[in-house]
Design a protein around this ligand. Structure first.
Ligand SMILES: CC(C)(COP(=O)(O)OP(=O)(O)OC[C@H]1O[C@@H](n2cnc3c(N)ncnc32)[C@H](O)[C@@H]1OP(=O)(O)O)[C@@H](O)C(=O)NCCC(=O)NCCS
Length: 167
């Protein structure tokens, strides 16, 4: 059974382990994670922005819902700023449940739009986001140089307000 809940400080080690197991240059433009480290840090990664998935009672993944531009004019947009599922739990719908709950959380926080960035070659994540209602809004061509190859960064978003309300 999949349960999604807010993160707790004691999830730290499990989330670091998931990051270590899922990081590849095909899914992240960042540097490889280097131990020792902590998942939560008040300014970099507040615990309140993280949703945790449990599969049959075991921490299996996380999603981050955050505000990336601290301006009143941008307050209606929240970003899905991270998503990862433990390889042992992959293909059971945990990622989909995390994205759907992240969307619900963004709606609860009053957002009209949820945005995200995904590397062009990350086909599994791109299919998942499309299934969850995210559309491609733009492509930053050859935005990252990863393992000697230039890779696109794809901007996706889902409108959360009803069409009538947007007009
Ligand atoms: C992308 C990622 C989060 C997906 O997590 P996941 O839990 O495997 O996702 P889901 O199970 O919801 O969906 C994945 C596949 O399983 C299938 N699936 C969903 N529910 C299922 C179920 N109950 N039983 C079997 N398969 C299922 C989906 O149809 C999907 O298939 P598809 O890829 O052929 O379309 C995971 O692969 C990951 O952590 N990747 C590395 C990090 C990453 O890329 N993050 C995104 C950065 S932008």
């Amino acid at each position: 059974m999949i349960e999604i809940r807010g993160a707790r400080p004691e999830d730290d080690a499990a989330l670091v382990a998931i990051d270590d197991l899922t990081w590849t240059s095909e899914t992240s433009p960042g540097l490889p994670p280097e131990p020792p480290r902590e998942f939560f840090a008040p300014e970099r990664q507040p615990v309140e922005d993280v949703l945790v998935a449990e599969l049959d009672g075991v921490v299996a993944g996380y999603a981050i819902v955050r505000n990336t531009i601290a301006l009143p004019s941008h307050a209606h947009v929240l970003e899905l700023g991270g998503l990862a599922v433990h390889p042992d739990a992959a293909g059971h719908g945990v990622g989909t449940a995390l994205v759907e709950t992240a969307v619900a959380e963004a709606v609860r926080r009053g957002a009209r739009k949820m945005s995200l960035r995904v590397l062009g070659g990350n086909a599994v994540a791109r299919r998942l986001y499309a299934r969850c209602g995210f559309d491609v809004e733009g492509v930053l061509k050859e935005e990252f140089l990863l393992d000697g190859r230039y890779v696109d960064d794809v901007l996706m978003a889902r409108q959360l307000a009803a069409a009538a309300e947007r007009d």
